[in-house]
Design a protein around this ligand. Structure first.
Ligand code: P6P
Length: 332
């Protein structure tokens, strides 16, 4: 008798009562993201065939227009969420402004806004390296029934009610939190079903992996340089291993399982850092803290930053508690 693993659908239903806002809407929202994840996974996995099927932007042998995958992923997530009548607004890395969603069937009673990076690290597709989707969910703060405003999106990360990512790797996983721990689900592509493969994910308190683009070393602030040299020093549990694949979701996921720290500091080339606060850093920070890790901009909790604009960038230090604390000591 093979062990029966719980499916994502069963898990969402079982846990919806524990979710204080639950009226089934969050479940429907998470199910929408689950569906979109499967569709995007299918497209990502056949991406390598684009050259045979036709270059992105051109038509393929079936005469269909090949879209860039991040544009396609963006459209799939927006389309799926729009249809589910739960979301009143969406902000995306691919969209300059937020999208207001009116649902006439329930005269605009939708309560949630979603912020999403539909395909993070998409430049890795051409070289067959893992990419990911990152999402962050809030309740709107303006009156239900009225059109969403920027205030509904510019909320601090501490107000998130759910966050997660999908990593399209050697297997496709959906990892998310609603504030009650972090759970990972692996897709069985043959069945199109996500199974609970990683219940209660936690960052090890410390680790020996540091993830940073060392090509930018000369541009980093002195404290970051000093921490990197600390990681490389022959002493105690060091030198650590350097692992950086240029895909935040994959580096984060590996570090959460094995222990490690991911860093995207400011540099003279990126004075605010590169990663976006609202749909990259805040959701990953929520997951990190729910997994007993930390996420900081080098000075304060990522989730306590008061957002000023939709595509705002922040420096990002995230992972095993003791490693982030040590990095912050060097940056004081
Ligand atoms: P760099 C991908 O573009 C991304 O947003 C993250 O997924 C990744 O960790 C980082 O940027 C890579 O940036 O400047 O090191 O190539």
């Amino acid at each position: 008798m093979t062990k029966q693993y719980k499916t994502l659908g069963e898990f969402i239903i079982e846990n919806q009562d524990s979710f204080k806002y639950s009226s089934g809407e969050l479940s429907r929202l998470l199910n929408g993201l689950r569906l979109a994840a499967k569709v995007v996974n299918h497209e990502v996995n056949k991406a390598g065939l684009v050259d045979i099927l036709g270059e992105a932007g051109d038509t393929n042998i079936q005469g269909e227009n090949q879209q860039k995958l991040d544009v396609l992923a963006n459209e799939k997530f927006i389309q799926t969420l729009r249809k589910r009548e739960i979301v009143c607004g969406i902000a995306s890395e691919e969209e300059d402004d937020f999208i207001s969603i009116n649902s006439f069937d329930n005269n605009n009673q939708n309560k949630y806004v979603v912020l999403i990076d539909p395909l993070d690290g998409s430049s890795n597709i051409d070289v067959n390296v893992s990419v990911g989707t990152i999402f962050s969910i809030y309740r709107r703060v303006t009156p239900v029934g009225s059109p969403v405003t920027m205030d509904d999106f510019l909320q601090p990360g501490t107000k998130q009610i759910a966050a997660g990512y999908i990593v399209y790797g050697t297997s496709t996983m959906l990892v998310y939190t609603t504030g009650d721990g972090v759970n990972g689900f692996t897709l069985n592509p043959a069945l199109g079903t996500f199974y609970l493969s990683h219940p209660g994910m936690k960052f090890p308190e410390t680790g020996n992996i540091y993830s940073v683009n060392e090509g930018n070393y000369v541009h980093f602030p002195q404290g970051v340089k000093d921490y990197i040299k600390y990681c490389q020093k022959e002493e105690d549990d060091r030198p650590y291993t350097s692992r950086y694949i240029g895909s935040l979701v994959s580096d984060f996921h590996r570090n959460m399982i094995k222990g490690g720290i991911y860093m995207y500091p400011t540099s003279s080339k990126a004075p605010e850092g590169k990663l976006r606060l609202l749909y990259e850093c805040n959701p990953m920070a929520f997951i990190a803290e729910q997994a007993d890790g930390l996420a900081s901009d080098g000075k304060q909790r990522i989730m306590e930053i008061d957002p000023k604009e939709l595509h705002q960038r922040v420096p990002f230090f995230c992972g095993s508690k003791k490693m982030v604390e040590k990095a912050k000591e060097f940056m004081k």
